[in-house]
Design a protein around this ligand. Sequence first.
Ligand code: SF4
Ligand code: SF4
Length: 277
Amino acid sequence: MTINHEKCIACGNCVAVCPMNAIYVDTTINRARIDDDACVECGTCFRGMSTENLNPKIARTIRMAAKALRFRMEPEPDVCPTSAIEMNELEMPRLIRQIFSDPVVEHTSTGIKGRGTEEVKTNDVRLRVDTDEVGYTIEFGRPGVGVMFSDIQIMTRELAFLGVKFEKNNPITHLLADESMGNLRPDILNEKILSAIVEIKTDINMVEKVLSTVKMVNLEIDTVTAIGISTRCTDEGDDVNLRPLLEKLGYSNHRAKTNMGLGRRTNKIILTQTEKK
Ligand code: SF4
Ligand code: SF4
């Protein structure tokens, strides 16, 4: 993202809009600037504000005259009055910031916008996680903190060391250069994004190890993480394995989301006498 300094009148309206605090008004040049290292190319400043097309020279002159006369000429707070915020054509590796951070950009690897994964929300039709398996979503960077790929790699390396399975329909998995080692593509390691989700699964015996590893890595990396854990209920709708284990490990267990199985049936189909006929 760029601020066109020919147009910007330093009103400061865009500063509060940026979730990464990447925009500031540089008082030495009296224009807004974007810190390129902090910007994750989410597009919020570009799309989230209304725009007007005031003539920048006239607007600056009026603002200076107003200041001299001790009153202010400020645009409405949600407006960039001179349409000074411009979106750049991005190339890799910087493009990866936009792919993961801009909700209107689709991940080409999964065809899904946003963070690029359905997680287990559609497990009843996709069957990512079966009854004898445990699925995990490890989310980085939310809310409003962001995450470097180098920090995600610290986690993926530790998880690969445990021998977990990375979910193949997940955009982070597509960026693993070496899945067995958990290494991401080296060209993206210095890129920052708004958030991302690593998805893995294991058998139930690994739950304690995975949870303690995520907890340990979370202390080491410069972001925030949240972990979701899931399994597939029995045909009767019970969770007979994971719930008792989580309680034993000291985690209070609340069902956050239950998929109702309204999609294609994947449970064993028991035909009624009428259906058999
Ligand atoms: S809102 Fe527009 S004119 Fe105001 S500081 Fe930001 S870029 Fe400049
Ligand atoms: S694109 Fe997003 S992160 Fe970058 S300056 Fe705009 S609002 Fe901030």
